[in-house]
Design a protein around this ligand. Structure first.
Ligand SMILES: [Zn+2]
Length: 145
Protein backbone atom coordinates (compact mmCIF):
# COMPACT_ATOMS: atom_id res chain seq x y z
CA UNK A 1 0.00 0.00 0.00
CA UNK A 2 1.16 3.53 -0.69
CA UNK A 3 -0.10 6.86 0.59
CA UNK A 4 -0.50 9.71 -1.84
CA UNK A 5 -1.01 13.27 -0.62
CA UNK A 6 -2.18 16.36 -2.41
CA UNK A 7 -1.94 19.77 -0.78
CA UNK A 8 -4.08 22.82 -1.49
CA UNK A 9 -4.47 26.19 0.16
CA UNK A 10 -7.57 28.28 0.66
CA UNK A 11 -8.47 31.42 2.56
CA UNK A 12 -11.62 31.83 4.60
CA UNK A 13 -12.98 33.80 7.51
CA UNK A 14 -14.88 32.67 10.56
CA UNK A 15 -16.34 33.76 13.85
CA UNK A 16 -16.48 31.71 17.04
CA UNK A 17 -19.40 32.80 19.13
CA UNK A 18 -21.62 30.81 21.45
CA UNK A 19 -24.84 32.72 22.22
CA UNK A 20 -25.13 30.75 25.47
CA UNK A 21 -21.97 32.45 26.76
CA UNK A 22 -21.66 36.01 27.98
CA UNK A 23 -19.63 38.44 25.83
CA UNK A 24 -16.80 38.13 28.36
CA UNK A 25 -16.87 34.34 28.25
CA UNK A 26 -16.90 34.35 24.46
CA UNK A 27 -13.85 36.62 24.39
CA UNK A 28 -12.03 34.59 27.02
CA UNK A 29 -12.70 31.19 25.43
CA UNK A 30 -12.42 32.07 21.76
CA UNK A 31 -9.90 34.93 21.84
CA UNK A 32 -9.36 36.73 18.53
CA UNK A 33 -11.64 34.22 16.77
CA UNK A 34 -14.51 35.97 18.63
CA UNK A 35 -13.92 39.25 16.78
CA UNK A 36 -17.55 40.30 15.98
CA UNK A 37 -16.80 40.85 12.28
CA UNK A 38 -14.92 37.59 11.87
CA UNK A 39 -11.33 37.23 10.82
CA UNK A 40 -9.44 35.24 8.23
CA UNK A 41 -7.05 32.33 8.05
CA UNK A 42 -4.97 30.90 5.23
CA UNK A 43 -5.75 27.22 5.54
CA UNK A 44 -3.55 24.47 4.15
CA UNK A 45 -5.27 21.18 3.42
CA UNK A 46 -3.47 17.88 2.89
CA UNK A 47 -5.57 15.04 1.56
CA UNK A 48 -4.04 11.56 1.69
CA UNK A 49 -5.37 8.62 -0.31
CA UNK A 50 -4.25 5.04 0.35
CA UNK A 51 -4.12 2.38 -2.29
CA UNK A 52 -2.12 0.16 -4.58
CA UNK A 53 -0.56 1.62 -7.71
CA UNK A 54 -2.54 0.54 -10.76
CA UNK A 55 -0.44 -1.99 -12.74
CA UNK A 56 -1.12 -0.15 -15.99
CA UNK A 57 -0.92 3.53 -14.99
CA UNK A 58 1.34 3.16 -11.92
CA UNK A 59 -0.98 5.53 -10.07
CA UNK A 60 -3.13 5.08 -6.95
CA UNK A 61 -5.82 7.22 -8.51
CA UNK A 62 -6.23 9.71 -11.32
CA UNK A 63 -4.43 12.82 -10.06
CA UNK A 64 -6.38 15.05 -12.37
CA UNK A 65 -9.61 13.66 -10.96
CA UNK A 66 -8.40 14.22 -7.39
CA UNK A 67 -7.54 17.81 -8.26
CA UNK A 68 -11.03 18.31 -9.70
CA UNK A 69 -12.65 16.81 -6.61
CA UNK A 70 -10.71 19.17 -4.33
CA UNK A 71 -11.55 22.12 -6.55
CA UNK A 72 -15.25 21.30 -6.54
CA UNK A 73 -15.76 20.08 -2.97
CA UNK A 74 -13.37 22.38 -1.10
CA UNK A 75 -12.25 25.40 -3.13
CA UNK A 76 -15.62 26.28 -4.63
CA UNK A 77 -17.36 25.86 -1.28
CA UNK A 78 -14.85 27.43 1.09
CA UNK A 79 -12.24 29.61 -0.63
CA UNK A 80 -12.80 33.29 0.21
CA UNK A 81 -16.00 32.45 2.09
CA UNK A 82 -17.34 33.39 5.49
CA UNK A 83 -17.54 29.85 6.83
CA UNK A 84 -20.32 30.54 9.38
CA UNK A 85 -22.81 31.70 6.77
CA UNK A 86 -21.70 30.43 3.38
CA UNK A 87 -20.94 26.76 3.96
CA UNK A 88 -24.23 24.94 4.67
CA UNK A 89 -22.37 21.86 5.95
CA UNK A 90 -21.08 23.99 8.83
CA UNK A 91 -24.46 25.49 9.72
CA UNK A 92 -25.03 25.34 13.45
CA UNK A 93 -21.44 24.20 14.12
CA UNK A 94 -18.54 26.22 15.40
CA UNK A 95 -16.26 26.60 12.34
CA UNK A 96 -13.17 25.34 14.15
CA UNK A 97 -10.30 23.61 12.42
CA UNK A 98 -11.64 20.34 13.90
CA UNK A 99 -15.15 20.77 12.51
CA UNK A 100 -13.96 22.01 9.11
CA UNK A 101 -11.67 18.96 8.78
CA UNK A 102 -14.60 16.62 9.57
CA UNK A 103 -16.83 18.38 7.03
CA UNK A 104 -14.09 18.09 4.40
CA UNK A 105 -13.70 14.38 5.20
CA UNK A 106 -17.43 13.81 4.71
CA UNK A 107 -17.44 15.74 1.44
CA UNK A 108 -14.42 13.95 -0.02
CA UNK A 109 -14.90 10.37 1.10
CA UNK A 110 -17.80 9.48 -1.24
CA UNK A 111 -16.03 11.17 -4.17
CA UNK A 112 -12.85 9.12 -3.99
CA UNK A 113 -13.57 5.92 -5.86
CA UNK A 114 -10.03 4.63 -6.56
CA UNK A 115 -8.03 3.98 -3.44
CA UNK A 116 -9.60 5.18 -0.21
CA UNK A 117 -9.43 8.37 1.75
CA UNK A 118 -6.85 7.84 4.48
CA UNK A 119 -6.31 11.19 6.17
CA UNK A 120 -7.49 14.78 6.02
CA UNK A 121 -5.01 17.18 7.61
CA UNK A 122 -6.03 20.81 7.92
CA UNK A 123 -3.63 23.54 9.02
CA UNK A 124 -5.21 26.70 10.42
CA UNK A 125 -1.78 28.23 10.98
CA UNK A 126 1.67 26.79 10.18
CA UNK A 127 1.95 25.47 13.75
CA UNK A 128 -1.63 24.26 14.34
CA UNK A 129 -3.29 21.42 12.47
CA UNK A 130 -5.98 18.78 12.86
CA UNK A 131 -5.91 15.20 11.54
CA UNK A 132 -9.07 13.35 10.61
CA UNK A 133 -9.00 9.57 9.98
CA UNK A 134 -11.62 7.01 9.05
CA UNK A 135 -11.95 5.67 12.59
CA UNK A 136 -12.27 8.91 14.42
CA UNK A 137 -11.82 8.90 18.15
CA UNK A 138 -14.92 7.47 19.79
CA UNK A 139 -16.31 5.92 16.61
CA UNK A 140 -15.03 2.42 17.30
CA UNK A 141 -14.91 2.36 21.10
CA UNK A 142 -18.13 3.89 22.27
CA UNK A 143 -18.52 4.39 25.96
CA UNK A 144 -14.86 4.91 26.71
CA UNK A 145 -15.11 8.65 26.88
ZN1 LIG B 1 -9.73 32.20 13.80
Amino acid sequence: MVLLTRKIEFSASHLYHNPAFSPEENRRIFGKCNNPHGHGHNYTLEVTVAGEPDPVTGMVLDLKELKEILEREVMERMDHRFLNKEVPELAGKMPTCENIACVIWNLLEPEIRRGRLYRVRLYETPDLFVDCYRNRAGASNEGSS
